[in-house]
Design a binder for this molecule. Structure first.
Ligand code: NAD
Length: 492
């Protein structure tokens, strides 16, 4: 249960300075769930100040890396102990199925444990100095105060990708969850009180992006912004961060091609296409909504997809039978619906879906039927833009070269997948695709051990893996001369 619905600054729960609150709704039925504090710029400034003070204290600086790692690891244990309640809150707040939320929580527990374990394996490096009687070495130090700005689709999971490595690296933090989905971040903040972090290391502020998010991005006391969200917001953050040249790590959107070559096991691929798009109603940065199919197998693939899509059960995420929940908001529902209508007006053919479901039990929620469009060409908006909804569109191709060219013809570069049995094609295509992750005979797989991030406008930097920790570190070169002898450079 969420006991505290306020801001958490310098180890104290406090109301917003304005005393404002925001009501959080369940997207399944638009029922109000809870009122939470709605902070603003001044609250964000207080939180930043608190994180700055904590970063500069001897107490936090002098924690051994073993002890810091232990605390991060304990956060993983606390997630596991509370995973049912966390999953319930995530489902109520986002609409995703409870099974998906449980999967998220298990993953999050593993992420905290992974980075907890990594905290004391932060080895420096000796450099072969070119000069005699000298020593040269590299040490890695925490970057400082990190502002974390998170999206609504995977509220606690995306937060954990930032929090766990940042704390393991020795940073202090101010986190801002999405104003629509703050519940699990609040609950997590409550749990941190049992882990032993000094006050001020962890600060949680709730409220809108244009005030709190913008303050985090602009404030010169923040050393780094770790952001996950849309490309438009990411660009605003880059500009705002320029003031003090703070480091910016960005996980942005995607338009992810899922390519079926004629020699691939397309019947198995059908399962992966469905999982790749209809998980969380397609509200996934790596959703494989752009399905590209070799002309020779196109008709069978469409027929099978249509049959399977029509069987997807929509409903309340808390109901075990439900396979797909609602979208997050009216605005998202409208955006998805407009994309589909535009595609049809541009010449795409609707095979199934394309509207709100008629089932009266779903009438109150932001539901959209799982949708399949064919006859799409690379000029259409639906092919170019991120939909963030339960919509598959199919593009036909005639050759491997055409598939690669079209797949790369996008401003995004987050992830891509393809199906083939040809080992030489595997080598050629995986090298040719300009995406941060490429899956072969699989789709939408990620784990904490492997770095995640995008080429092109899908982002900057990488989360997860060792690289995910290094993002929160500065590298310092320390050079020592054991026998300095006089220099004659400016001598008389
Ligand atoms: P969004 O960009 O609208 O919002 C993300 C966060 O930014 C929110 O907390 C919001 O309050 C804040 N924000 C808004 N305006 C701001 C501003 N001017 N300054 C600072 N912060 C501001 O994104 P969203 O709709 O919450 O999330 C969906 C997007 O996130 C999609 O594009 C999706 O692809 C992307 N995403 C990417 C990944 C990834 O790993 N690459 C993962 C999840 C989501």
């Amino acid at each position: 249960m969420i006991k505290n619905k306020n801001l958490y600054i310098n180890g104290c729960w406090q109301e917003a300075l304005s005393n404002e609150v925001r009501t959080i709704y369940n997207p399944f039925d638009k029922q109000a769930l809870v009122n939470v504090a709605e902070g603003g710029r001044e609250d964000a400034k207080k939180a930043i100040q608190s994180a700055k003070l904590a970063f500069n204290t001897e107490e936090w600086r002098n924690f051994s890396t073993i002890e810091r790692g232990r605390m991060v690891y304990v956060l993983g244990d606390l997630i596991e102990e509370n995973k049912e309640e966390l999953a319930r809150l995530e489902t109520l707040n986002t609409g995703k199925t409870y099974a998906e939320s449980i999967w998220d929580m298990d993953d999050i527990a593993g992420i905290f444990r992974y980075y907890g374990g990594l905290a004391d394996k932060n080895e420096g490096e000796g450099i072969a100095s070119p000069n005699p009687n000298t020593q040269s070495r590299l040490v890695k130090e925490p970057i400082g105060v990190v502002g974390m700005i998170c999206p609504w689709n995977y509220p606690l999971l995306q937060a954990a990708w930032k929090i766990a490595p940042a704390l393991a690296a020795g940073c202090t933090m101010v986190i801002k969850p999405s104003e629509f989905t703050p519940l699990t971040t609040l609950f997590w903040t409550q749990l941190t009180e049992q882990a032993g972090f000094p006050k001020g290391v962890i600060n949680t502020v709730l409220g809108p992006g244009h005030s709190i998010g913008a303050e985090l991005a602009e404030n010169p006391e923040v050393d780094m912004i770790s952001f996950t969200g849309g490309v438009v917001t990411g660009k605003k953050i880059m500009k705002a961060a320029a003031g003090n040249v703070k480091k910016v790590a960005l996980e942005l959107g995607g338009k992810n091609p899922h390519i079926l070559f004629e020699d691939g096991d397309w019947e198995t691929a059908i399962d992966f296409i469905l999982n790749g798009v209809f998980f969380h109603a397609g509200q996934i940065c790596s959703a494989g909504t752009r399905v590209m199919v070799a002309a020779s197998i196109h008709d069978q693939v469409v027929k099978h997809l249509e049959q399977r899509i029509k069987k997807i059960r929509l409903g309340n995420g808390m109901d075990e039978q439900t396979q797909m929940g609602p979208l997050i908001s009216e605005a998202q529902l409208e955006k998805v619906s407009n994309h589909v209508q535009k595609a049809i007006s541009e010449g795409a053919e609707l095979i199934t879906g394309g509207k709100k479901p008629s089932n009266p039990e779903l009438a109150k929620g932001y539901f959209y039927e799982p949708t399949l469009l064919v006859g799409c060409t690379k000029e259409m908006a639906i092919v170019k833009e991120e939909i963030f909804g339960p919509v598959i569109h199919i593009e036909k191709f005639d050759s491997e070269a055409e598939a690669i060219k079209n797949a790369n013809d996008t401003i995004y570069g987050l992830s891509a997948g393809f199906w083939t049995r040809d080992v030489q094609r595997i080598d050629r295509v995986s090298k040719a695709l300009r995406f941060g992750t490429v899956w072969i005979n699989d789709f939408n797989v990620y784990f904490v051990q492997a770095p995640w991030g995008g080429y092109k406008q899908s982002g900057l930097g990488r989360e997860l893996g060792h690289t995910g920790l290094e993002e929160f570190q500065e590298i310092k070169h320390i050079y020592q001369n054991f026998h300095p002898s006089p220099l004659n450079w400016f001598g008389n």
